[in-house]
Design a protein around this ligand. Structure first.
Ligand code: NAP
Length: 260
C-alpha cells in the first residue's frame, strides 16, 4: 500500500467512526469524512487539521439515499489517493421484530448492508488492479448471536462478517486486505439513537479502547478482529467446526433422515 493513503471513513461524525478519524489522522493519513451531520464533521475536521496537519475533506451524504450514496461511490472509484475504506456507518433498531416498522427495518438494511456492499464494490476493482488497499467493515458480535434478540440488526451484521470473509478470500490474493471488526457493546450514541439506555447494559467498552484494539488487528492484517473476545481459540474453534462441515454440505443426495 502507498505509504500514507487517504482514508475514507463513513459514519465519521461520531462514535467509532470519529475515533477512527482521530487515530488515522494521528498516523498521518489524509481523510475523507462521510456522514449526514456536516457541522459535526467540520468541527472534528478543524480540530484534527489543527492537531495533526493532515488534509480532510467532508462529504455530506445520507447513505440510505441512493443518489447520495452514488456520490460516495464515485469518489471511491475515481480518487486514486484513497487507499483505505472504513465502512463504519451503521445504526441499530430497538424493540421486537413485531413492533419494528417495515420502513425502519428497510432503512436499517439499506444502511447496514446495501451501503456497505456498494461502497466496497465501488472501490474493490481499483484496489485489486493496483494490488493494494484495505477495506475495513465494522460488523458486530450480535451477528454471531441470534440469542441476543436483535434479529434484524444481527442479520445485517452477519451479512457484513460473511461479506468481509468472502472478500478476504477473493481479494486477499490480489493484495487487498479486508478486515471485519466485531465490537460488542461500546459506549457511543448508537444506543441512544435506538432508544436503548447504554447505562443499563453490563460490560460496555469505551470507544477509544475498541478502536485502538481494532487497529492492532488491522496492523496484523487479521481478517476478523473481535476486540472483546479474550480467548481467540474460541473463534478459531468456531471456524474449524464450520470448515469441517463444508465437505458434508455438498452432496448429490438428500440425507437419510429426509428420504421418504
Ligand atoms: P454512532 O455514534 O451512532 O455512529 C454512527 C455513525 O453513522 C454516525 O457518524 C452517523 O452520523 C452515521 N450514520 C447514521 N445513519 C447514517 C446515514 N443514513 N447515512 C450516513 N451516515 C449515517 O454509533 P457507533 O457505535 O459509532 O456505530 C458505528 C458502527 O459500529 C455501526 O456500524 C455499528 O453497527 C457498529 N457497532 C457499534 C457497537 C456499539 O455498541 N456502539 C457495537 C457493535 C457494532 P450522522 O448521524 O451524522 O449521519
Amino acid at each position: 500500500m502507498a505509504e500514507n493513503p487517504t482514508v475514507l471513513i463513513t459514519g465519521a461524525s461520531s462514535g467509532i467512526g470519529a475515533t477512527y478519524a482521530d487515530r488515522f489522522a494521528r498516523r498521518g493519513h489524509d481523510l475523507v469524512l462521510v456522514a449526514r451531520d456536516k457541522e459535526r464533521m467540520e468541527v472534528l475536521a478543524a480540530r484534527l487539521r489543527d492537531e495533526t496537519g493532515v488534509a480532510i475533506d467532508i462529504l455530506q451524504a445520507d447513505l440510505t439515499n441512493p443518489g447520495e450514496l452514488a456520490v460516495v461511490e464515485t469518489r471511491l472509484r475515481d480518487d486514486r489517493r484513497i487507499g483505505v475504506l472504513v465502512n463504519n456507518a451503521g445504526a441499530a433498531l430497538g424493540g421486537a421484530f413485531v413492533t419494528q416498522a417495515a420502513d425502519d427495518v428497510g432503512r436499517l438494511v439499506a444502511l447496514n448492508t446495501t451501503a456497505v456492499v456498494r461502497l466496497a464494490s465501488a472501490v474493490a476493482p481499483r484496489f485489486a488492479e493496483a494490488g493494494e488497499g484495505a477495506i475495513v467493515n465494522i460488523s458486530s458480535v450480535v451477528g454471531l448471536a441470534p440469542e441476543f434478540g436483535m434479529s434484524v440488526y444481527g442479520a445485517t451484521k452477519a451479512f457484513v462478517t460473511f461479506l468481509s470473509q468472502g472478500l478476504s478470500f477473493e481479494l486477499g490474493p490480489k493484495g487487498v486486505y479486508v478486515q471485519a471488526v466485531l465490537p460488542a457493546a461500546t459506549r457511543t450514541e448508537i444506543w441512544e439513537r435506538a432508544s436503548i439506555d447504554v447505562n443499563a447494559l453490563p460490560l460496555v467498552m469505551e470507544v477509544g479502547e475498541l478502536v485502538d484494539a481494532a487497529l492492532v488487528g488491522f496492523d496484523r492484517r487479521e481478517p476478523v478482529t473481535i476486540p472483546p473476545l479474550h480467548d481467540a481459540g474460541q473463534w478459531d474453534a468456531y471456524q474449524t467446526a464450520r470448515q469441517t462441515m463444508l465437505p458434508g454440505i455438498r452432496q448429490e443426495h438428500a440425507a437419510a433422515r429426509y428420504q421418504a
